[in-house]
Design a protein around this ligand. Structure first.
Ligand SMILES: C[S@@+](CC[C@H](N)C(=O)[O-])C[C@H]1O[C@@H](n2cnc3c(N)ncnc32)[C@H](O)[C@@H]1O
Length: 280
C-alpha cells in the first residue's frame, strides 16, 4: 500500500541530502512545502514509501529523479527590470570602467546565475541595447545558468505573463515583444542574445568551465543558502571572474558578510563587489 507520509526523521535525512547536493537549506518552517513535493514524486515514481523513493533518489545512476525533484523544490520568482538600479550601475559605471582598462578587443562576458525563467539576463540585454553607449563598439556575451532544467526551457522560449513584464517600460514591451494571447513573446534576436545552460552553483564540476567573466550577476539565490554554501559560491565566483571583474548581488545579500575576497565598490547607483586586480 502506498504511504507517502514523511516522518521528522525522513525530513531531516532528506534535508541533509538535498543541502549537500544543491546548497539549498530548508528550515523546519518549510516542512509543508518539502513534504508536499516529496509526496508528489513518491507517487509519480510508483514508490510506496519515502524509504524506497529516497534510495532511488540517492542511487539512480542517471540522476534524473534528483533533477525532477530539484525542479519542483526551486523558487523561481523573478520579473523584468527587477532591482533596476544595478543595471543602471552596469551601464553608467561598471562597463565604462572595464572598457577603459581593457587592453584587447575580446568580448565582454557577463554571467547571470541564477537565470530562473530569463527575465534578468534579458533585462540586461535590453538595458545594454537601450542605454549603453559602447554597444556598437564591443561584442558582448551573456551566459545565464540555473539548476532547474524546466525553468531553463521557459527561459529559452521567452514567453512571459503580464505579471512578468509589469515593471518593464511600455515602450520596451512594444519594441521587443509580440503579444501572443494573454502572454508576451520576446523577439527572436533577443532570445538569441543569451545562452542558457544548466549549472548547479554548489557543484564544482559544473562551475569549473565558467571562467573569464567581466561581470557576474548572482541575485536572490544566496538567500536560500547557508553560510558555508555562500562562502563556496563566493570562491566559485572569484575563480570565474577576471582580475578586476565585478559581482552584483541581490538587495538583501552582502558579500562583505560572506567573504573578504572582494573589494566593496560604492557607485552612485549601487554597491557592488570587485575581484582585486592582483587576484589569483
Ligand atoms: C528567486 S530565483 C532568482 C532569479 C533572478 N536571479 C532574480 O533575481 O530575479 C532563484 C533561482 O535560483 C535557482 N537555484 C537554486 N539553487 C541553485 C543552485 N544550486 N545553482 C543554480 N541555481 C540555483 C532556482 O532554480 C531559481 O530559479
Amino acid at each position: 500500500m502506498t504511504d507517502p507520509r514523511i516522518s521528522e526523521e525522513d525530513f531531516q535525512k532528506f534535508r541533509e541530502f538535498f543541502y549537500r547536493k544543491t546548497g539549498i537549506q530548508f528550515e523546519s518552517s518549510k516542512r509543508y512545502f518539502v513534504d508536499k513535493r516529496l509526496q508528489e514524486r513518491i507517487v509519480a515514481t510508483g514508490n510506496d514509501s519515502f524509504r524506497g523513493y529516497f534510495t532511488m533518489l540517492r542511487f539512480q545512476a542517471s540522476g534524473e529523479e534528483l533533477q525532477q525533484l530539484t525542479n519542483l523544490m526551486t523558487v523561481n520568482e523573478t520579473y523584468f527590470f527587477r532591482e533596476e538600479y544595478q543595471f543602471k550601475c552596469l551601464v553608467n559605471s561598471i562597463l565604462p570602467e572595464i572598457v577603459a582598462a581593457k587592453i584587447d578587443s575580446s568580448p565582454l562576458r557577463i554571467w547571470v546565475i541564477p537565470s530562473s525563467s530569463g527575465e534578468e539576463p534579458y533585462s540586461i540585454a535590453i538595458y545594454l541595447l537601450e542605454y549603453w553607449a559602447g554597444i556598437n563598439d564591443w561584442d558582448i556575451e551573456i551566459i545565464s545558468s540555473d539548476i532547474d532544467t524546466k525553468i531553463l526551457g521557459h527561459a529559452r522560449q521567452g514567453l512571459y505573463s503580464a505579471r512578468s513584464v509589469q515593471e518593464l517600460p511600455i515602450k520596451f514591451l512594444q519594441r521587443y515583444f509580440k503579444r501572443s494571447g494573454d502572454s508576451y513573446q520576446l523577439n527572436y534576436d533577443l532570445r538569441q542574445s543569451v545562452e542558457f545552460t544548466r549549472v548547479n552553483l554548489s557543484e564544482r564540476a559544473d562551475t569549473r568551465p565558467y571562467r573569464n567573466f567581466d561581470v557576474i550577476f548572482c541575485r536572490n539565490l544566496l538567500i536560500y543558502f547557508d553560510d558555508i554554501s555562500r562562502k563556496t559560491a563566493a570562491e566559485t565566483f572569484y575563480d570565474a571572474l577576471k582580475p578586476g571583474g565585478f559581482i552584483c548581488l541581490g538587495h538583501s545579500e552582502s558579500m562583505s558578510r560572506i567573504s573578504s575576497l572582494y573589494k566593496v565598490r560604492k557607485y552612485p547607483d549601487a554597491i557592488v563587489y570587485q575581484k582585486p586586480l592582483e587576484g589569483r
